[in-house]
Ligand binder design. Structure first.
Ligand code: AVJ
Length: 325
């Protein structure tokens, strides 16, 4: 981690956060958007989650990439440019870039992330590779993708990487819209590599999202820590429990924060007081799980054709390569 002190977020970001929290805690059920999980501490906790034995997505995807990176990039005509949406540490895109090096192919890589920490980390990881030029975009996925597409030189083939099952945070209509936007930024012959976690036994899913070390609980409760600090609220952490639920009908794991008692919480900067009943939930995240066929269907709907799918059969995770038609 690069950040050593908790720098205050810009006033504008605080105002947006306050408005979102005020609006979403007035909904029924109460909600907080999952994007707010990723402040500096939340991002560290997520990195820790990725190393937990019970959370297998990151390692399963890493195994697929280290084994199959060469065929994943082999069919893309030169020159190529990669755009990674949500770059994290940059290690995954580096594995694909390494696969090009053995064929003496160079690549320009666009990293899109809202977190400056993630961008710095990825730039450092990729900076070690001589055949790679890196452009960082501190932006939302949509903005960053548009920028990267606008910077494309004629004749360049683009490969968009959307890895780590980040697609799982989108509900089906939002996933459809987002995939449509990706397709809209691409030309026929460009490609998309999509990582998606697969449906698996409930017991495994619940261990991944409610781990015995309590790291996922800390990750979830950090939302309340963040609201307390940034929005001057008085959430009592000990009065909320982390809960993970498998919603089979919707094919998603949900994370919630459950109020242990009837209580009122003042959120000064959101100018509201929120009342909780005992047992009332704040819904903080969805992680949709797919079947391999569903991944193909959802993406083909928006103007891609699937080229190949690689499945990690133990952890049940899929990487699927699509070509824009
Ligand atoms: C980063 C959205 C892929 O849903 O698995 C991990 C986030 N939440 N543990 C996921 C997360 C709880 C993660 N994604």
């Amino acid at each position: 981690m690069i950040e050593t002190s908790a720098a205050a977020p810009p006033a504008e970001a605080v105002a947006d956060f306050a408005e979102d929290v005020r609006r979403d805690l007035a909904l029924s059920p109460k909600q907080i958007q999952s994007k707010y999980l990723y402040n500096a501490l939340g991002s560290c906790l997520f990195e820790a989650i990725c190393r937990l034995p019970w959370y297998r997505i990151t390692r399963a995807e890493g195994r697929l990439l280290s084994r199959w990176a060469e065929p994943m990039v082999a069919s893309l005509p030169d020159p190529v440019s990669f755009v990674e949406l949500g770059s994290g540490s940059g290690e995954k895109v580096a594995m694909l870039a390494e696969a090009l090096r053995s064929r003496r192919r160079s690549v320009s890589i666009h990293l899109v992330d809202i977190s400056p920490t993630a961008l710095e980390l990825s730039e450092r990881t990729l900076g070690r590779l001589e055949h790679v030029s890196v452009v960082g975009h501190r932006a939302t996925y949509e903005e960053g993708l548009r920028h990267a597409a606008n910077l494309r030189s004629p004749g360049v083939t683009m490969l968009v990487l959307f890895l780590g099952s980040n697609i799982g945070n989108f509900d089906p209509p939002a996933a459809h819209d987002f995939l449509t936007q990706i397709r809209g930024a691409l030309r026929p012959g460009d490609a998309l590599l999509l990582g998606a976690d697969l449906v698996k036994p409930e017991r495994e899913l619940l261990l991944a999202y409610d781990d015995p070390l309590g790291i996922t609980a800390a990750f979830n409760k950090n939302l309340l820590v963040r609201i307390n600090r940034e929005l001057l609220a008085d959430f009592e952490l000990a009065s909320f429990d982390h809960r993970a639920v498998w919603n089979a009908a919707e094919s998603r794991v949900e994370m919630h924060l459950v109020s242990r008692k009837a209580q009122k919480v003042r959120i000064a900067r959101a100018e509201c007081t929120v009342a909780f009943e005992a047992g009332e939930h704040i819904w903080t995240e969805n992680s949709y799980k797919y079947t391999p066929e569903e991944v193909v269907e959802r993406v083909e709907e928006v103007g891609f054709r699937s080229a190949q799918q690689w499945i990690e059969s133990e952890a049940r995770f899929a990487l699927t390569l699509f070509v824009a038609v």
